[in-house]
Design a protein around this ligand. Structure first.
Ligand SMILES: [Zn+2]
Length: 297
């Protein structure tokens, strides 16, 4: 390999490792969330969702794909809570109309709207159940699973979402993709209690988002401390993935970070799964528990 092609090669692997856009839980975790949520549902919802479990998992990241095609899509996945200054007379959560009057639409689109958007999607899912519209039920159920998952990711609730202000670029995908991919299958307990009906789904998801925002500092601080504590040589490693060599956080570094987070990733993943199932159930109950569509073609 001559010098020029060598540098090109390293550019490619560097990009593969670090240019991952901030899309929420990675592909793997989003699939896992929608898949496991199905098993928390009561009958007859369970029967219907189980038939379509593959669709729900396969389409768990459709919402991310749309970000490149639709301008309004991106802010539905996050909220930079630190960018919103609430007047002293108010506290979170506030309704969408109130948010529009306090911050203005432009500012909301810029700093993210995930908790309000989840509430809108819950309403759309309810309408799809009322109409017995199988395709819409499945599409919206897969999408709302995605947004609820994103709302549980701490770095989706802060403007420093990829550590770009603190010299920690890459931490977004590290936390939400690399860690679950390395540890979920072997170490996480994803057997959960049944879905519950949510009396106040809007304030309920807001609580989760506020938790996410409160955890963001820990996600960043712990990695920073670890980065100082460990020899930099072990931080990154090259590994083969689907036949391509990429530069990524080493397993040793990932393991040390994961330990120092004291179960945070597993906890947020478990909460995500339970929340998704509970939103699906709540939309169906609020629709009047209608009959579910037949399997269809
Ligand atoms: Zn997303």
């Amino acid at each position: 390999m001559n010098r020029r092609s060598k540098s090109f090669f390293f550019t490619i692997i560097f990009l593969a490792g670090f240019a991952t856009p901030s899309l929420g839980w990675g592909f793997y975790a989003h699939r896992l969330i929608n898949y496991h949520a199905v098993f928390l549902l009561p009958s007859p919802l369970f029967g219907f969702f189980k038939i379509h479990i593959r669709y729900l998992a396969d389409h768990a990241t459709d919402a991310d794909s749309r970000r490149y095609a639709i301008r309004e899509e991106a802010p539905r996945h996050y909220i930079d809570l630190d960018r919103y200054r609430l007047p002293d007379s108010l506290q979170w959560p506030i309704t969408w109309p109130m948010a529009v009057s306090v911050f203005g639409e432009d500012s909301l689109q810029q700093h993210g709207i995930v908790p309000w958007w989840i509430f809108i999607m819950k309403f759309r899912l309810q309408k799809a159940f009322e109409k017995n519209d199988r395709d819409q039920i499945l599409k919206i159920a897969a999408d709302i699973g995605h947004y609820i998952g994103d709302a549980h990711v701490p770095l989706h609730a802060t403007s420093n979402h990829n550590g770009q202000f603190t010299d920690q670029s890459g931490i977004h995908a590290f936390w939400e993709s690399r860690l679950p991919e390395l540890f979920a299958e072997q170490e996480y307990d994803l057997i959960l209690s049944p879905a519950v009906y949510l009396r106040e789904p809007s304030s309920w998801i807001w609580e989760r988002v506020l938790e996410s925002a409160a955890s963001a500092d820990t996600v960043l601080r712990v990695e920073k401390e670890l980065s100082y504590a460990l020899n930099q040589d072990i931080k990154m490693a090259y590994e083969q993935r689907n036949g391509i060599v990429i530069r990524n956080y080493s397993k040793r570094y990932a393991s040390a970070y994961h330990d120092r987070l004291e179960g945070m990733v597993e906890r947020r993943l478990r909460y995500s799964i339970h929340a998704v199932a509970s939103f699906w159930l709540t939309a169906w109950v609020d629709a009047g528990q209608p009959e579910l569509p037949q399997k269809g073609p």
